[in-house]
Design a protein around this ligand. Structure first.
Ligand SMILES: NC(=O)c1ccc[n+]([C@@H]2O[C@H](COP(=O)([O-])OP(=O)(O)OC[C@H]3O[C@@H](n4cnc5c(N)ncnc54)[C@H](OP(=O)(O)O)[C@@H]3O)[C@@H](O)[C@H]2O)c1
Length: 433
C-alpha cells in the first residue's frame, strides 16, 4: 500500500483536533483513501507542544516541513497572514499540495496563493476556512456546479451569532453580552475581527470568489459589524416578526454582484432566523437547484478538523488515482470579466428605520416627506409611547429602496429639528416585494 505523507504546521486548537481525528480513524482513513495516510512531521513554535506527541515527529523549524521531499501534503494551521503566507507559498513552490483553514490568509492574499497553486499544478484544500464543519466549499465547487448561484446569505461567524441570539433571548445590551461571551470563551479577548464583521467578510470573500468565478478584493466588500445593534431594535424587530442576524450576502443581479456584510433583519419564518447560538448556516439560491440551506458547527476543534481531514483525503485520493490538480476551479483572475461589482450606493434593499423624534404634530409628515422626495415608500410603521418632554421612537419598514437614496434621506432626517438623535437604519432581507 502506498504511503502518503502529511506535514502539519501548527499544533494549536485545530492542529490538535486534526491529530486526534487521524489517530482515532487511522484504519478508516487508510481504507477510504486506499493508501496509508501518515503524519510525517509537525512544526510547533515551541517545545514541549501543547499536547503530548511522539517527539520524533516534532520540529520548531516550519521550513523543514514545507521543504521535506518526502512530504506530499502540507497542512497550514498556524493562522495569521504573515508567517503562514510565507510558509504556504514556500510549500507550493516545493510542489506540495496544500490544505489550510486560514480564512484571513485567503481573504486577503488568496489571489497570490490560488495563482501559485494553479501555476505549480498542486491541489489546494480550504474547506475549513468557511463555516468549520459545513462542506460549503465542496458544495459550491462540486454539488452546485450546474447552477448559476443567484444569491447566498450566510451566518458565517459563530461569535456574533451567539451575541445576537443572547441579546434576543435576554434583552441584554451588546456590551454586557460580549463581556459574558468573553468570560465563557465564546469571544476572543480582542473581539474586533468578529464583532466588526471582518471575519465574516473574509469568509464571504472566499465563498463569493469561488461561487462567481472571479477573485473579489477584500477591500471591495462592504462591512458593518454588530457593535451598534441595540437591544431596543432587536425588540422592535421581534414585534414586527423579524430577527436580526449578521449576514454575509452575495447577490447577482443583471450581471452585477453585491457583496456585503452587515446586521440584517430577516423574517422570523426564514430558515436562517432559527439558526441560533454559535451555529453557522448558509442559504443558497441556485437557478436549477432552488433554495438550499446548510447549517452546522462553524468552528471548534473537531468540527474544523473534520473539514481539514476531508481535504487531505480528497487530495490523497487524487494522488492515489493520479488525478491532476483541479486548479482550474480556483478564482485565479480578478472579478471584472464576467461579473462586475455593484457599488453599495446602488444596491436595493428594504430598510428598518428607528427615528427618535419629539412627540409633536407634523413630525411624521416631515419624515415621510423626506423619504418621499427620495422615492422611498413606507410599508409599515409603529409609534411607541407618548412623551411630550422626551424623544419617542418612530419605527418604519420601507419597501425596496436604493441605498444611495436611503443615505441621502438619512442625512436630511438627522438634521430635522424634530429629530433628537441619529436614526438607526438596518437593512431587511429575505422578503419578496
Ligand atoms: N479554532 C477554530 O475553531 C477555527 C475554525 C475555523 C478556522 N480556523 C483557522 O484555523 C487556523 C488555526 O486556528 P487555531 O484556532 O487552531 O489557532 P491556535 O490555537 O492559535 O493554533 C495555532 C498554533 O500555531 C502555532 N504557531 C504559530 N506560529 C508558528 C510557527 N511559526 N511554527 C509553528 N507553529 C506556529 C501556535 O503556537 P503557540 O502554541 O506557541 O501559540 C499555535 O499552537 C487559523 O487560521 C484559524 O483562523 C480555526
Amino acid at each position: 500500500m502506498k504511503t502518503i505523507n502529511v506535514g502539519l504546521l501548527g499544533l494549536g486548537t485545530v492542529g490538535s483536533g486534526m491529530l486526534k481525528v487521524f489517530q482515532e480513524h487511522v484504519e478508516l482513513l487508510d481504507r477510504r483513501v486506499g493508501a496509508k495516510l501518515r503524519i510525517k512531521k509537525i512544526a510547533v513554535r515551541r517545545l514541549p507542544p501543547r499536547i503530548p506527541v511522539d517527539a520524533r515527529l516534532l520540529t520548531t523549524d516550519a521550513l523543514e516541513v514545507v521543504r521535506d521531499p518526502q512530504i506530499d501534503i502540507v497542512v497550514e494551521l498556524i493562522g495569521g497572514t504573515t508567517v503562514a503566507r510565507t510558509l504556504c507559498l514556500e510549500a507550493i513552490a516545493n510542489g506540495k499540495h496544500l490544505v489550510t483553514a486560514n480564512k484571513a490568509l485567503l481573504g486577503e492574499h488568496g489571489l497570490e496563493i490560488y495563482r501559485a497553486a494553479a501555476e505549480k499544478r498542486v491541489d489546494l484544500g480550504f474547506e475549513a476556512s468557511v463555516c468549520g464543519a459545513i462542506p460549503i466549499i465542496r458544495s459550491v465547487k462540486d454539488g452546485l456546479v450546474a447552477n448559476r448561484i443567484l444569491s447566498f446569505m450566510g451566518i458565517v461567524n459563530g461569535t456574533t451569532n451567539y451575541i445576537l441570539t443572547k441579546m434576543t433571548e435576554t434583552g441584554q445590551a451588546f456590551a454586557s453580552v460580549l463581556a459574558e461571551a468573553q468570560a465563557q470563551g465564546y469571544a476572543e479577548a480582542d473581539p474586533t475581527l468578529d464583532v466588526g464583521g471582518i471575519d465574516a467578510a473574509h469568509k464571504l470573500q472566499i465563498l463569493a470568489s469561488l461561487a462567481y468565478g472571479g477573485y473579489i478584493r477584500f477591500s471591495d466588500i462592504y462591512i458593518e459589524g454588530i457593535q451598534n445593534v441595540e437591544a431596543t431594535d432587536i425588540e422592535f424587530a421581534r414585534e414586527l416578526g423579524y430577527r436580526i442576524k449578521l449576514l454575509a450576502i452575495a447577490k447577482e443581479d443583471h450581471g452585477e454582484l453585491e457583496v456585503r456584510v452587515h446586521p440584517t433583519m430577516i423574517p422570523e419564518t426564514h430558515l436562517l432566523a432559527s439558526v441560533g447560538g454559535v451555529y453557522n448556516a448558509v442559504h443558497i439560491r441556485g437557478d436549477s437547484c432552488g433554495s438550499l440551506m446548510f447549517s452546522g458547527r462553524g468552528a471548534g476543534q473537531l468540527p474544523t478538523a473534520s473539514s481539514v481531514v476531508a481535504d487531505i483525503v480528497e487530495i490523497a485520493h487524487n494522488i492515489v488515482y493520479h488525478r491532476p490538480a483541479r486548479a482550474g476551479l480556483l478564482p485565479t483572475s480578478a472579478a471584472g470579466g464576467e461579473i462586475t461589482l455593484r457599488p453599495m450606493e446602488r444596491i436595493a434593499s428594504r430598510y428598518y428605520l428607528r427615528i427618535m423624534a419629539v412627540d409633536k404634530p407634523g413630525v411624521l409628515s416631515k419624515v415621510s416627506g423626506v423619504l418621499g422626495e427620495n422615492s422611498i415608500s413606507i410599508a409599515s410603521m409603529i409609534q411607541k409611547g407618548r412623551d411630550e418632554a422626551a424623544a419617542v421612537p418612530i419605527v418604519m419598514l420601507t419597501h425596496a429602496a436604493v441605498e444611495g437614496d436611503m443615505r441621502r434621506s438619512l442625512q436630511r432626517i438627522n438634521t430635522l429639528d424634530v429629530v433628537a438623535q441619529e436614526t438607526t437604519c438596518i437593512r431587511v432581507e429575505g422578503v419578496e416585494d
